[in-house]
Ligand binder design. Structure first.
Ligand code: PLP
Length: 424
């Protein structure tokens, strides 16, 4: 995998007890069972710090931006501070960070803006592995004559077929849109390498990092991508989306905007009044991850170093859980596994897996588990190209189990026991 964070040693392992104390909702009980949140890919739980920041906005800073009075100034400061946090998160400058309603809405807005410079016959490459939020906004440009080409997968392990992708990128390609990690099967794509291919063909690179963001650190300078989007509610923050864009592109492309709104960066991309209370929560989410990092590496000097330390520790914890989960799943009779199972290739996956049980639909399996306090997800999770390609779309899709850093070995055990019971 491409981030250095995954290859360095860590000072202290994850302090799981401390982590779980930060998340009040992890104490929930369902039908007499402790809730096991294995639904992180659909949205993670939030630490107390995020709740406090949202409340603090309403108590002390609830006003629109740029007013000549105290609460408005506080709101401006909160937004600036959240933007600085996201700049550390992406490793970019603050004017390259755009906030928006969610990744899908941001990506549709971006595709409309890019379309102003596209002509019929221009091509965009998407993939079979991606969430539809990184497919539909580009497919929408077909009505302008843009041609969409779709790179395939290797079905055996649900990895991208890079040979096919290379063939699909041609002199006509204007944009390559690829996910950093699959929200369905957990595959991590070699996005830095794909960016080089895109740039060699004169195309822009858009990375959907929504699924990757809770699992690995993001370093846009080393990726060299042109755009990268992710959603704070997948990395312990509130329900919003964020976009990194290279400054030159954010200046050059023209978003649709109202005339009185500033034309400067990044404001021109943030249409209308933002969900300011949640932007406050985004800053707190990044600071929570940094706090975790400082506990793992007290020598981390700045927030960026602390974020990297946190991701080294969370990655190690998630891989330990994965090494328990996958072999356990593979012993369950009638279980079909989708994605990488070989530990030698775990560097190419994150801790999200999809399965099916023979004789049970994913919805039935999710209900059985849910009744026992184990929260998983069934269906296509909007990774529609993939469920269609795997031939499971008509029969209920897949069952997804997502592990993040607050999950425990006990939760994995409970899941395996329950699945074994249901399968037998
Ligand atoms: C990989 C991936 N991309 C994009 C999205 C869409 O993100 P949002 O809900 O912020 O629009 C999701 C949501 O599940 C996702 O998992």
């Amino acid at each position: 995998m491409s981030t250095s964070a995954l290859h360095q040693t860590i000072n202290n392992p994850l302090d799981l007890a401390w982590v779980r104390q930060q998340f009040p909702s992890l104490k929930l009980q369902v039908n007499g069972h402790p809730a096991a949140f294995l639904d992180g890919p659909a949205g993670t739980q939030v630490p107390k710090q995020v709740m406090d920041a949202v409340q603090n906005y309403f108590l002390n800073a609830n006003a629109n931006t740029c007013g000549a009075f105290e609460t408005s100034r506080r709101n401006d400061a909160t937004i600036a501070s959240a933007r600085a946090a996201m700049a550390d998160f992406f490793n970019c400058d603050t004017d390259e960070v755009v906030f928006g309603q969610n990744m899908t809405t941001i990506t549709f807005a971006l595709s409309r803006a890019l379309a102003r410079e596209l002509k019929p016959g221009d091509e965009i490459v998407v993939t079979t592995l991606d969430h539809d939020a990184n497919v539909a906004p580009w497919r929408a440009l077909e009505e302008k004559g843009v041609v969409i080409r779709q790179a395939g997968i290797r079905e055996a392990d649900c990895t991208l077929d890079l040979d096919d992708l290379k063939k699909k990128i041609t002199a006509k390609t204007k944009l390559v849109a690829v996910g950093y990690a699959s929200n369905a099967v957990g595959t991590i794509n070699p996005v830095a390498e794909i960016t080089k291919l895109a740039h060699a063909a004169g195309a822009l690179m858009f990375i959907d990092a929504v699924h990757y963001a809770p699992h690995g650190s993001i370093d846009v300078p080393s990726l060299d991508c042109d755009f990268l989007a992710c959603s704070p509610y997948k990395f312990f923050g509130p329900h919003m989306g964020t976009l990194y864009g290279k400054r030159e592109h954010l200046l050059r492309f023209s978003p649709y905007k109202v005339r009185p709104a500033p034309n400067s960066l990044p404001d021109r991309w943030e249409t209308g009044t933002q969900v300011q209370e949640l932007i406050a929560g985004i800053g707190a989410a990044v600071d929570y991850i940094a706090e975790l990092g400082r506990r793992c590496d007290p020598s981390a000097k700045d927030r960026r170093s602390a974020l990297l330390a946190a991701y080294r520790a969370t990655r190690q914890h998630e891989m330990t859980l994965l090494a328990q989960l996958i072999p356990g799943l593979l012993t369950i009779p009638g279980l079909r596994f989708f994605g990488i199972t070989d530990p030698a290739h775990f560097n190419d996956r994150c801790s999200t897996v999809s399965i099916r049980l023979a004789n049970h639909t994913p919805a039935e399996t999710a209900k059985f588990l849910g009744d026992r306090g184990i929260f998983t997800w069934d269906g296509n999770y909007y990774a529609l190209n993939l469920t269609e390609r795997l031939g499971v779309e008509q029969t209920g899709g897949l069952l997804r189990i997502g592990l993040v850093h607050y999950n425990t070995s006990d939760e994995v055990d409970r899941l395996l026991v329950a699945l074994r019971e249901f399968a037998s």
